[in-house]
Design a protein around this ligand. Sequence first.
Ligand code: SF4
Length: 106
Amino acid sequence: TYVVTENCIQCKYTDCAEVCPVECFHEGPNFLAIDPVECIDCAACVPECPADAIFAEDDVPEDQRDFTALNAELSKHWPVILRKKAAPADADEWNGKPGKRPLLRR
Ligand code: SF4
């Protein structure tokens, strides 16, 4: 599966959801999560993410390994998103900021 990691928090650009050939992406208040059951490992979403937040499970950075389980959990509770929508107005300001993990809203 592919995994959305920390830099999506507060950015949530949604370009990924538009290109996903299956219905993997689920939308929360300030983060997107991939349903690992639905993901077919096509990698189409990876280059679309302006925040470079999506990794193959095996390539998730060491300090973000917990996001694999987090995607699985959160995707169960959040609605599917199929289309790109406007990013939060301050998304570009948050892109690349460290330490966003505590800001994740459920
Ligand atoms: Fe969807 Fe492909 Fe990304 Fe999986 S790797 S979330 S199937 S676009």
